[in-house]
Design a protein around this ligand. Structure first.
Ligand code: SF4
Ligand code: SF4
Length: 302
């Protein structure tokens, strides 16, 4: 893919991203607190990507369902040239200020997104050339308005991550991040994903309420061999549900079969539709077969 030297060379001259690559044990000077003269400045000019675990935390805090939260507090964007759906934090009308910033600071502080926790560190997932594993590298992000870099506090990246509660967020989002990196790296071998795949990606990433309904549907249960007990556990526990949704996406997008399929499920579905196919023109049948092929992984209801 690319290495750290490539990244350094590609940092624009005016970028606030500092060129030195940090490890977990590297030290850097920074402290943010209510007493700094720039308090809240960073939240008044935001460009924050939202992750699946951010959604889980925020919806729980605000007592909303996924769709409400996404509609009210995020804006959509495309993560790549193939329309992979992403979300960014919404801003207050006609400003670049975060919807959650108040005079007293962040109104959702304990459940603020991963990107807010990381700041003023930048994190990048890098896959070294010819290796399957993904490495994390860190950079200091030094913006002119941020006085936190002049505060006399030094800590390691590891300590900072711990203090900011980043570890839990990274743990919950890791599979999702790896999935996106894999998608980006796979290029033409996987090809342009279908619109249906992107809809599934959207649901599995940002809409656990719909995904919860989906795994309880007859269509899903008729295709996937999962015990009711396991489904009930996921219905009760959104973190487990989210982890399962990433597995499901790997199956849908990359054919990584980690979720057992019911014996003969696909054959039965084809059998059920023989009469319908007989009445359709050839081109319609071809498209239907393609849809069914995709449902082998999705288990969609009719
Ligand atoms: S969520 Fe909170 S910390 Fe993050 S940008 Fe908004 S106000 Fe700032
Ligand atoms: S010190 Fe930096 S991170 Fe803290 S409030 Fe000021 S601009 Fe934001």
């Amino acid at each position: 893919m690319f290495d750290a030297d490539d990244i350094k060379q590609n940092i624009p001259v005016q970028s606030p991203v500092q060129p030195d690559q940090l490890t977990l044990d590297s030290e850097f000077q920074f402290n943010c607190h209510k007493g700094v003269t720039c308090f809240n400045e960073c939240c008044r000019n935001i460009d924050i990507q939202i992750t699946p675990y951010d959604i889980l935390r925020l919806k729980k805090r605000l007592g909303m369902d996924s769709k409400e939260l996404v509609a009210q507090f995020t804006v959509p964007f495309e993560m790549d040239g193939h329309g992979m759906p992403g979300l960014k934090m919404a801003t207050k009308p006609n400003t670049k200020a975060c919807v959650f910033v108040t005079e007293d600071g962040c109104s959702v502080y304990e459940d603020r997104p991963a990107a807010c926790r990381y700041y003023a560190l930048g994190n990048m997932a890098v896959r070294p050339k010819d290796e399957a594993k993904v490495d994390d590298i860190y950079f200091v992000v030094k913006e002119a308005h941020c006085q936190g870099h002049d505060e006399p506090v030094t800590q390691t990246v590891r300590e900072y991550r711990h203090n900011q509660g980043v570890d839990k967020y990274d743990e919950m989002n890791r599979e999702w991040r790896d999935l996106i990196i894999k998608k980006r790296s796979s290029g033409p071998t996987v090809g342009k994903p279908s619109e249906r795949s992107m809809q599934l990606f959207d649901m599995c990433s940002y809409d656990m309420d719909s995904f919860r309904d989906f795994i309880q549907s007859e269509g899903f249960k008729s295709v996937f061999d999962i015990a009711d007990e396991e489904i009930n556990t996921m219905v009760e526990d959104e973190e487990k549900l989210l982890a399962f949704s990433f597995r499901f996406m790997k199956q849908v997008l990359f054919g990584e079969l980690s979720i057992a399929l019911k014996e003969k499920a696909r054959e039965q579905r084809i059998e059920q539709r023989k009469d319908i196919w007989a009445e359709r023109k050839d081109d319609e049948v071809t498209k239907y077969r393609e849809d069914l092929e995709e449902q082998k992984y999705c288990g969609d209801p009719d």
